[in-house]
Design a protein around this ligand. Structure first.
Ligand SMILES: Cc1ncc(COP(=O)(O)O)c(C=O)c1O
Length: 447
């Protein structure tokens, strides 16, 4: 099959005006664009032919590296076989196959998969499953949803309501009512420069007892947390924290949702972080790595007892009034199956686990660089906090993103003044060194 050369010559368009870019400083970007035209394995290629080392797996997505031939071919073949299949009342074989494969990777007892197209949709789907579950069991009063400060759960109204990133919430009115938040698990004074899960902070899960005391357990439907908060700057869960959340939710009949849109598919060395922590939630949301980022897809893995509670009433009736035109899209399913094959055949989850100590050690060497006030690592992720510069919060971070791309041929992500690193899991040890050298230069350049 004909696969395009990864370094296509693509002219930069003259007019950048029409495209309103998401989560982007549009005016600054359009003054000095960061334009990508091709990708292969650990690199992106710019429109002017520079190779950019990918320190971000695109956006926490491409865990197997870019433009992997089996995934490209699977998408090409599927597009030529069945371009689209309606997911309401019809099915196509790869949807069922992929659901079985995802369920097999999830903790025992989570055996049913609902597909959608993004992490945001996965979150809103999980929240709706939780509400409908309680409603169907005669506990319609359980409508309250609990998120966490500094949590990110996408941009749907459900997701921003339970999310705890202020800029994502403050312009959008009243959001969902009946939402409360656990405190963030991050405390720099007690946790700075920790490799992996911090010792301090398990007790912060007990705040859920306070929230239950305040509102009454019989008003609470679900708690949603990321096992590692990614978008807010890589905040690993403290040791024992997730277990405690599980105990408290179980005690009060509250569903526990792990948002694994980032942590799923190997980022923390396991298919799902639930396995790393030995904690089984009632639902897991996923997206990004399921297709290696190649085709949009998200989904929710649901516990048997929750799924079974919907399977009642006349069997010609729709059981759950929810779904998307592109749920289980054939191209996404084909990409997902090819992706899971690569993860398995190349042992990428195990590889991430094996690389984690070297990754963490390499990161901590950056401690001596100017303005670094904390470094956190877990799995193949890292957050490096820089102090804000005199221009205000976020300016040093943006300067770092720009310097990395234009001057050091490196793609990073930033959250405010935090540099986030999440390279593809195929990264070699020498490429880890290369990233650290480049990041050190970037930090110095913006000092
Ligand atoms: C934990 C988490 N949930 C949800 C989302 C939203 O995913 P999407 O951008 O695909 O809607 C993200 C995206 O980064 C995420 O990190």
């Amino acid at each position: 099959m004909n696969i395009q050369h990864p370094r296509p010559t693509v002219a930069t368009p003259n007019d950048l005006d029409a495209y309103w870019m998401p989560f982007t400083a549009n005016r600054a970007f359009k003054r000095k664009p960061r334009m990508l035209a091709g990708a292969k394995d650990m690199h992106y290629f710019t429109t002017d032919g520079r190779a950019i080392l990918d320190g971000a797996a695109g956006m926490w997505c491409s865990n197997a590296g870019h433009n992997r031939v089996p995934i490209v071919e699977a998408i090409q073949t599927q597009a030529a076989t069945i371009d689209y299949a309606p997911p309401f009342q019809f099915g196509h074989p790869k949807a069922f196959e992929l659901a079985s494969r995802v369920a097999a990777l999830a903790p025992k007892g989570l055996e049913h998969v609902f597909f959608c197209n993004s992490g945001s949709e996965a979150v809103d789907t999980a929240l709706k499953v939780a509400l409908a579950y309680h409603n169907g069991r005669g506990e319609a009063g359980r409508t309250r949803l609990i998120g966490r400060e500094r949590g990110y759960h996408g941009v749907g109204f459900g997701g921003i309501s339970v999310g705890g990133m202020v800029n994502n919430r403050k312009m959008f009115g009243t959001l969902l009512t009946g939402v409360d938040h656990l405190p963030t698990t991050y405390d720099r004074e007690k946790q700075a420069f920790t490799k992996g899960e911090p010792e301090y902070g398990a007790h912060l899960a007990d705040e859920l007892e306070r929230i239950v005391g305040l509102h009454g357990a019989n008003t609470i439907a679900a708690v949603i947390v990321e096992p590692m908060a990614g978008s807010t700057g890589v905040l690993p869960a403290p040791k024992g924290y997730l277990k405690r959340l599980r105990e408290i939710t179980e005690k009060h009949g509250i569903l526990l949702i792990f948002d694994e849109v980032i942590t799923g598919y190997g980022r923390l060395g396991y298919a799902f972080a639930a396995e790393r922590y030995g904690v089984t939630p009632d639902m897991i949301t996923f997206a990004k790595g399921i297709t290696n980022g190649a085709v949009p897809m998200g989904g929710v893995v649901v516990r048997d007892s929750v799924f079974d509670s919907f399977m009642k009433g006349p069997d010609y009736m729709v059981e759950f009034f929810h779904g998307y035109t592109y749920s289980a899209h054939p191209l996404a399913c084909a990409a997902g199956l090819a992706t899971l094959d690569i993860y398995r055949e190349e042992g990428l989850f195990e590889r991430a686990r094996a690389l984690e100590p070297k990754w963490a050690d390499a990161l901590m060497d950056l401690r001596k660089e100017p303005n670094v006030v904390d470094i956190r690592t877990v799995g193949i992720t890292a957050g490096i906090d820089l102090t804000p510069n005199k221009d205000g919060v976020g300016k040093r971070g943006m300067d770092a993103l720009d310097s990395a791309f234009h001057d050091h041929d490196l793609m990073i992500r930033v959250a405010g003044d935090t540099i986030c690193l999440t390279p593809p899991l195929i990264i070699s040890e020498s490429q880890i060194g290369e990233i650290m050298d480049k990041v050190a230069k970037v930090i110095r350049a913006v000092a």
